[in-house]
Design a protein around this ligand. Structure first.
Ligand SMILES: N[C@@H](CCC[C@H](N)C(=O)O)C(=O)O
Length: 255
């Protein structure tokens, strides 16, 4: 069967987007793994199916490149852009994702997605753990640009402390001007991505524990994002992840 796909990227976190309103996409995880493979497929960090939903403008069904599922912040921003191009969303939209319904706004290529309140922050001896829809270990370091993100991230991701589900792992450098620089090892991609939306959100919240104020400017290898939030007793509310979502190309695949 021939299916049209759309390739998107949000600060370098790249996704295959498919209009699956007719529910035609095969129920087969090996298809997802192959399509996301950078040599045997299209190549992407994840794949997103856009479907109708009875209560919201649309549903996004997110898969990491290995076929596992979780909430994806950058993927959500790309999904909103794509759903708008399909006429399923306007400049203000609500959609269903892996962790429940979300609100978002879009102005040209800039998409802002609201994430769920964070009610607990775990301060650890080697960092901070925050769940922003997906789980994130956050370590503050210097010279993150030259840090061995893959071996160090992998060791924490597969450590006993996070077994059996594992975690994403973020390495953060505090910068001047209320900004941070983040590199992320992503669970389900099993490597470093150029940006991780729920990850940079978790890092911004963790930076607020060190005196950083909303909105935090986040530099990643793939571009710049902005995270705004309000501090509440034991956690955070009104959390928004904002940045560019960009269509790259579209094509046809046989699945
Ligand atoms: N890239 C994503 C996060 C996707 C989910 C993550 N890899 C996990 O399995 O927890 C983002 O932008 O948030």
């Amino acid at each position: 069967m021939e299916i049209r796909f759309h390739k998107y990227q949000g600060t370098g976190n790249d996704f295959i987007l498919i209009d699956d309103r007719e529910l035609q996409f095969p129920d087969d995880l090996t298809v997802i793994e192959t399509l996301c493979h950078r040599r045997f497929g299209i190549g992407a960090d994840g794949l997103i199916l856009i479907r109708n939903h009875p209560e919201y403008d649309f549903e996004m069904v997110y898969y990491n490149s290995d076929g596992s599922q979780s909430m994806c912040g950058n993927g959500s921003r790309c999904a909103v852009h794509f759903a708008k191009s399909l006429g399923m969303a306007t400049n203000r939209t609500t959609f269903m994702s892996t962790d429940g319904p979300h609100e978002a706004t879009i102005k040209e290529d800039i998409v802002s997605v609201q994430l769920y309140d964070v009610d607990s922050v775990e301060e650890l001896t080697d960092g901070v753990f925050i769940n922003t829809g997906s789980p994130h270990h956050i370590a503050f370091l210097e010279d993150v640009k030259n840090f061995p993100v893959v071996p160090e991230g992998k060791a924490i991701r597969f450590s006993e402390a996070y077994a059996p589900k594992g975690t994403n792992v973020n390495f953060v450098e505090l910068e001047d001007g209320n900004a941070i620089f983040v590199r992320t090892y992503e669970r389900g991609v099993e490597g470093e991505t150029l940006s991780c939306g729920t990850g940079v959100t978790a890092c911004s919240l963790a930076a607020s524990l060190k005196g950083y104020k909303s909105p935090v400017i986040v530099h990643t290898l793939g571009g710049t994002l902005e995270v705004s939030f309000a501090v509440k007793e034991g956690g955070f509310s009104d959390i928004f992840l904002k940045g560019p979502a960009t269509p790259v190309y579209s094509g046809l695949i046989d699945v």
